[in-house]
Design a binder for this molecule. Structure first.
Ligand SMILES: [Zn+2]
Length: 219
């Protein structure tokens, strides 16, 4: 028999006791939490203007690593949308702009300066992430497309850090799963999405088995 127990939870992390769960399954859940839980980050950047001293590619790289508080109930991954548009539609992309200009004094542009183009709950996890410094007269203007992705595609979408360990006074088949959110999603949502991702993999496998068996029986 398997059972789970919530040991500890706050807005950053969650600790769950797993009893009787095979190690391979527990480990699969841990890996799903890291690699397969959908989150939102900047996928496309259109540079309208960049007169800062930071080259375009460096600026794009820096800004792409900002994690966004994600709404995975409203937005779908590009491959599940079907609009086929490179910059997406309102179902598969949240659009933002970043405009900043240094007048008389040098300024630092922060993640909090990123402004949504439409009403959305998606926003940078922190407004205090520095992006670029501008000297007087320098200006940037960017269009940003925030989209759903997964850690396995690029580390910028990695939902969590997750570890599995044996409790000190464990009964042999007990393990503790610890998940620490990067900030895209609440830790409890990551836990549930990790289980869903595992379920989805199993369903894909079942369909492939059926297909292979069908092909095998017709030969
Ligand atoms: Zn779309």
């Amino acid at each position: 028999m398997i059972s789970v127990k919530l040991l500890e939870e706050d807005n950053k992390s969650i600790r769950i006791l797993l009893s009787g769960v095979p190690l391979a399954v527990a480990n699969a859940i841990r890996r799903m939490a890291i690699n397969e839980v959908p989150t939102m980050a900047i996928e496309e950047v259109l540079i309208i203007e960049n007169s800062s001293s930071m080259p375009n590619d460096v600026l794009v790289h820096r800004i792409s690593l900002i994690p966004f508080i994600s709404d995975i109930d409203r937005y779908v991954p590009p491959e599940e949308c079907g609009c086929g548009k490179r910059l997406g539609c309102e179902r598969c992309a949240a659009r933002f702009v970043l405009r900043a200009e240094a007048k008389d004094e040098p300024i630092t542009v922060y993640s909090g300066d990123i402004v949504p183009e439409e009403e959305t709950t998606v926003k940078p996890v922190s407004p205090r992430i520095p992006i670029v410094k501008l000297s007087p007269g320098q200006k940037i203007e960017l269009e940003l497309y925030v989209r759903v992705g997964r850690g396995r595609q690029h580390a910028k979408w990695q939902a969590a850090i997750a570890t599995l360990y044996e409790p000190e006074a464990g009964g042999g088949d007990e393990r503790i799963l610890y998940i620490e959110s990067i900030g895209f999603l609440p830790p409890r949502r990551i836990l549930v999405e990790a289980a869903k991702a595992l379920e989805k993999k199993a369903a894909e496998l079942e369909a492939l088995f059926q297909e292979a068996l069908q092909q095998g029986s017709t030969k």
